[in-house]
Design a protein around this ligand. Structure first.
Ligand code: RTP
Ligand code: MG
Length: 147
């Protein structure tokens, strides 16, 4: 089973979309193995988005992601990294397909509601940045044998 890091960004929380978004991840069959409501510090934001340090949008991105509470998640499932990115949709919500989270709920390139790790390396790094080992649970669900 693969694990990925996902996040409901400050706009998703402020707009009351937490339950809609969790519903999509859960309904797809992904298992929530860690979850917390938290406010990201500037230092953590800079670490999380380190690869975008030299982009024009970096300062705006850091300001936005630290602007209010987010929901940090570790999701587990077969091919979870790719599955979450598909559910999230393209980066620009105006281009994202309808039926995806960004396609259905977003309109701004910065305020694009959700994050999902883009590779195994990113997933491992981001999970470690946001969660300690003891916050990540291992458990069976009755439905697991049907997925
Ligand atoms: P994410 O990391 O948040 O899952 O999004 P992503 O992989 O689809 O996009 P990425 O290229 O990693 O960009 C990270 C975040 O930066 C913001 N962004 N703003 N204004 C802009 O031109 C612009 N481009 C990217 C978005 O919030 C994007 O999710
Ligand atoms: Mg990314």
């Amino acid at each position: 089973m693969e694990r990925t890091f996902a996040m409901i960004k400050p706009d998703g929380v402020q707009r009351g979309l937490i339950s809609d978004i969790l519903k999509r991840y859960e309904s797809k069959g992904l298992k929530i193995v860690a979850m917390k409501l938290m406010q990201i510090s500037e230092e953590m934001a800079r670490k999380h988005y380190a690869k975008h340090l030299n982009k024009d949008f970096f300062p705006e991105l850091i300001r936005f992601i630290t602007s209010g509470p987010v929901v940090a998640l570790v999701l587990e499932g077969d091919n979870a990294i790719e599955v979450v990115r598909k559910l999230n949709g393209e980066t620009n919500p105006q281009k994202a397909s309808l039926g995806t989270i960004r396609g259905d709920f977003g309109i701004s390139k910065t305020k694009n509601i959700v994050h999902g790790s883009d590779s195994k390396e990113s997933a491992e790094r981001e999970i470690q940045l946001f969660f300690s080992e003891s916050e990540i649970l291992s458990y069976e669900r009755a439905i697991d044998e049907w997925l």
